[in-house]
Design a protein around this ligand. Structure first.
Ligand SMILES: [Zn+2]
Length: 450
């Protein structure tokens, strides 16, 4: 059929995920636009997928035949400018772009992509804070602000001194499905500024019943609680939340178990319950289980304390697992220790699995955040507008999810043949597709005649 990898990907996206049909439902509030929202959404999808570095770099492509072929718009149609695209992103119906990415993951689930499950045949979602954008100059009304100390580089080193300046940034909490082979983005939620937060209404005291403005920007836990609630409502088939030490607290674990989910959360503070109680219980006792992991060249020791009820802000038992990992290739180095709190349906995981799940949490930082900011263009500010950024991210996530599924479901041997560096593997694939785009002389033929 031709068209190289790009043709293969487009046909896969159409045949398995009805991509064009999904993008056709994207709407915005512009009146009678010459270029409809669905086409602009398609442009942004490929802007993300092909990692085009800026709107300036995109502008000439909007008039080039190969790009028009890629969008499969009728031959005579001309596309709008990038200025119009930027304005449209600010007024996109966010739910309509979210549905594109969510729909792709849901379709993958219906296609039994995740059937094998992972540890304990459970589906794991990792959540973590992510800050792709920060600036000292440019800001919008929904930027978070902090005071940071910077050294004035214009002055000579000898007389340079630190000054306090305001830094503007956008921070989010991201939910990612983690799996041994590949990871997909499930959802994203911004941390709100104090002006954007709902009012606080005290239940007692002098201001009882009054709506009071917030004095501080939102913290990650508040946004994460909103996020995980929506994630569970959207993807009912998820089982276990995996988080870092920020989430090792009673109120969050309570929310998670009330949603019917389990949790595996890293615990770091020796003095905090229930880890403190577990450490006291274990004392100097030898590990309850030890094994050698030959693939990873590791010697692993495990301690497990079920049913601790020492955390006053959580009703019910919490299990604490400790894993001590010695690298057999560097036996003289200090072993690395991991402690995890386990609640809800994650209780059925063996202590080995609990350790593996907690370590799998790093997927979100390695194959997610790191790749998005170093290889993709998530950190480039295409449009500095809170809603515009999220609209763009949702379409980039759709591109990331499609590309990931294409790589691991369609090009089965590709990942293995290209070695273990996932990020580089994906970058090479994108380079191939950019070359394919330059050679496109007609719209990609998507009817399956094979
Ligand atoms: Zn901003």
């Amino acid at each position: 059929m031709g068209n190289g990898r790009l043709g293969q990907l487009v046909r896969y996206a159409e045949k398995v995920f009805n991509l064009t049909q999904r993008l056709a439902h994207v709407t915005d509030t512009r009146r009678k636009p010459a270029t409809p929202g669905s086409i602009l959404a398609t442009v942004v999808f490929y802007l993300g997928l092909l990692r085009i570095r800026s709107f300036n770099a995109l502008e000439p492509k909007l008039r080039e035949r190969p790009f028009l072929h890629l969008l499969r718009v009728p031959a005579l149609r001309t596309l709008c400018s990038v200025d119009t695209l930027s304005r449209a992103l600010r007024v996109v119906d966010l739910d309509s772009v979210r549905r594109v990415s969510v729909g792709i993951v849901q379709q993958a689930e219906r296609n039994k992509v995740f059937r094998a499950g992972w540890h304990g045949a459970l589906r794991h979602v990792a959540i973590d804070g992510w800050e792709p954008i920060s600036s000292y100059q440019r800001h919008c009304s929904e930027c978070l602000v902090r005071r940071v100390k910077v050294v004035d580089k214009k002055k000579h080193a000898a007389e340079s001194e630190a000054v306090w300046v305001e830094q503007y940034y956008h921070r989010y909490v991201v939910a990612m499905l983690i799996d041994p082979l590949f990871d997909l983005v499930l959802d994203i939620e911004p941390l709100l500024t104090k002006d954007m937060r709902p009012a606080r209404v005290p239940k007692s005291g002098k201001f009882k019943g009054q709506a009071l403005p917030r004095e501080e920007d939102e913290g990650e836990l508040t946004a994460a609680t909103r996020l995980i609630t929506r994630v569970k409502q959207t993807y009912r088939w998820l089982d276990v939340v995996v988080g870092d030490a920020l989430y090792a607290n009673g109120p969050f674990l309570t929310t998670v178990t009330q949603l019917g989910l389990g949790a595996v959360v890293v615990a770091r503070k020796d003095g905090d319950e229930p880890l403190r109680g577990a450490l006291r219980l274990w004392g100097d006792q030898p590990a309850q289980e030890t094994f050698e992991d030959e693939q990873r060249h590791e010697h692993v020791q495990l301690w497990d304390a079920p049913n601790l009820e020492t955390l006053s802000t959580y009703t019910g038992p919490i299990r604490v697992v400790r894993g001590r990992v010695t690298n057999l290739k560097a036996p003289a180095a200090a072993p690395k220790t991991w402690c995890m709190l386990v609640v809800g349906r994650a209780a059925r995981l063996s202590s080995r699995k609990v350790l593996a799940v907690a370590r799998g949490r790093w997927h979100i930082e390695n194959t997610g955040f790191h790749q998005w900011t170093t290889r993709w263009k998530f950190a480039h500010v295409f449009v500095h507008h809170a809603k515009g950024i999220r609209a763009l991210y949702w379409l980039f996530f759709a591109a990331y999810n499609i590309l990931t599924l294409f790589l691991y479901r369609q090009l089965l041997s590709y990942g293995r043949a290209r070695g273990k560096d996932v990020t580089r593997t994906i970058s090479r694939l994108v380079d191939e597709m950019r070359d394919d785009l330059a050679r496109l002389t007609a719209p990609i033929h998507c009817l399956d005649t094979s």
